[in-house]
Design a protein around this ligand. Structure first.
Ligand code: ADP
Ligand code: ADP
Ligand code: ZN
Length: 214
């Protein structure tokens, strides 16, 4: 199964990705997680991309496409993968299509999770991540059993720098201008699956599985 997840910031992509990859036993490739890890470890890439993430802007295509091209060629992607947060521009989508064509394969589905803006802001503002394993929680909608502590590994929870209301609004604007056109792109390729992201985590997952397995 070769899948991509589309949707505005806070729609629930990362949350659904964790459940989807478990079901299909494929790697979860999140370009946002890759950037955050590089920033945390202060690598050359991390230094180069930090100000884009802080400002809520997209990292330039040149810095993203090679990372993904290399990643999908790794042996663990032999039976598929789930890309979460890539592609975010038409250019990135074209590079992905070309690369998969060279490998003699193609995407099976583009899962588009949609949600209205007010809920997106509420979700992103309340989002908390585990410093240690990256698991995602929400202070109101998906709280950990013990406040501030990860259920899975006991790690400390933190708030992303770019999950402040002003930056989220900027990211939503960037999504509308640069990423939303991908919906049309994948619709034309007849692999678009639209999912109502306003439902519960479980219901949203059921919608995805029903669409993929019908
Ligand atoms: P969210 O899950 O809220 O949509 P991500 O974790 O996917 O956010 O991305 C966080 C930030 O990382 C983005 O705002 C952007 O700066 C950068 N980023 C992640 N993926 C890409 C990409 N494919 N192209 C450009 N920038 C990206
Ligand atoms: P994205 O990767 O699209 O930015 P996340 O998966 O990180 O989104 O989810 C954003 C926030 O909303 C997180 O705090 C997450 O726990 C919460 N969340 C995700 N899905 C749902 C849902 N269906 N209902 C309520 N809250 C959700
Ligand atoms: Zn954890």
């Amino acid at each position: 199964m070769r899948l991509i997840l589309l949707g505005p910031p806070g729609a629930g992509k990362g949350t659904q990705a964790s459940a989807i990859v478990k079901r299909y036993n494929i790697p979860h490739i999140s370009t946002g997680d890759i950037f955050r890890m590089n920033i945390k470890e202060n690598t050359p890439l991390g230094k180069e991309v930090k100000h884009y993430l802080d400002a809520g802007l997209l990292v330039p295509d040149e810095l993203v496409v090679d990372i993904v091209k290399d990643r999908i060629k790794k042996s663990d992607c032999k039976n598929g993968f789930l890309l979460d947060g890539y592609p975010r521009t038409i250019k990135q989508a074209e590079v992905l299509d070309e690369e998969l064509a060279k490998m003699g394969t193609k995407l099976d589905a583009a899962i588009n999770i949609f949600l209205d803006t007010q809920l997106l802001i509420e979700r992103a503002v309340g989002r908390r991540l585990c410093k240690n394993c990256g698991a995602t929680y929400h202070i109101k909608f998906h709280p950990p059993k013990q406040q501030g502590i990860c259920d899975k590994c006991g790690g400390e929870l933190y708030q992303r720098d770019d999950d402040k209301e002003e930056t989220i609004k900027k990211r939503i604007e960037v999504y509308i201008n640069q990423t939303k056109p991908l919906i049309e792109y994948y619709k034309n390729r007849e692999i678009l699956v639209n999912i109502d992201g306003s439902q519960s985590i479980e219901n949203t997952f059921d919608q995805i599985i029903n669409a993929l397995e019908k």
